[in-house]
Design a protein around this ligand. Structure first.
Ligand code: ZN
Length: 243
């Protein structure tokens, strides 16, 4: 009952209409952000972060619109894939040690998998509780869906493949589900012996069922399968994109 109430609360976190780009962030991250304008974000510890200082900016993070729910043509943008790195370092920790201070362990779909999959997730912004809610709902899906959800992974301090940007897995806000059913644009290009560059044309591929995506989106996690540069195993907590 208590668990159900927490999941319900997670759903009614206010995400109304936003006139200003930056106000989106204040509303999406009420635990960590005090206020925002189009020029700056004021954090609850009173740090002020200018928005258009570096590139990609915080505004760039919202430029490609992330659309909830099913789509029928392959995506031609990468909503959420552009990240203003200082924002995430400030939010979740500048170093592996700082991030780890805020991690906790949740058990992934224990009614289905028992204690086979302990996952380390950040407690900042209640991400651990929201991922627990995702896990609770996924357990209620029919058996057909379970193979896609087996063998997940969350926290590892690392860079994005072939990039000098830190992966969101480093912040304890991302989860990869079973790689056996997943497609990643870089793997597919390598398999086809094509150059692994952002500009190489891609043929979109996905096997992950929509019902799984919908449950993650409900709790503030975007899906890498909605990127032109697809990563269909990948979900990350980005409530600013899910209004
Ligand atoms: Zn991932």
């Amino acid at each position: 009952m208590v668990k159900y109430f927490i999941c319900l609360l997670a759903l009614i976190t206010p995400l109304a209409a936003y006139p200003d780009t930056a106000a989106v962030f204040a509303d999406a991250y009420p635990d960590t952000i005090l206020a925002a304008s189009n020029e700056m974000v004021v954090w609850r510890d009173k740090t002020v972060m200018l928005i258009t200082k570096n590139s990609p900016t915080l505004a760039d993070q919202l430029k490609d619109k992330y659309r909830k729910g099913e789509f029928f043509t392959p995506p031609n943008t990468d909503p959420g894939r552009q990240r203003y790195q200082p924002f995430f370092l400030k939010m979740y920790g500048n170093t592996q040690w700082q991030v780890e201070k805020y991690l906790t362990t949740i058990y992934w779909m224990p009614k289905v998998f028992g204690n086979a999959f302990p996952l380390r997730v950040t407690t900042i912004n209640g991400v651990d509780k929201k991922l627990q809610c995702v896990s609770d709902e996924l357990e209620n899906l029919p058996d057909f869906y379970y193979p896609y959800l087996s063998n997940p992974s969350t926290f590892t301090w690392r860079n994005i493949a072939n990039s000098d940007h830190i992966s969101t897995h480093s912040f304890g806000i991302a989860i990869d589900i079973n790689t056996d059913y997943s497609h990643y644009w870089q793997w597919d290009l390598m398999h086809e012996e094509k150059p692994v560059t952002e500009s190489t044309p891609l043929t979109y591929q996905n096997e992950i069922p929509w019902e799984i995506v919908a449950i993650f989106e409900k709790y503030g996690f975007i899906w890498g399968g909605k990127w032109q540069h697809y990563d269909t195993m990948h979900f990350e907590y980005r409530p600013e994109l899910l209004q």
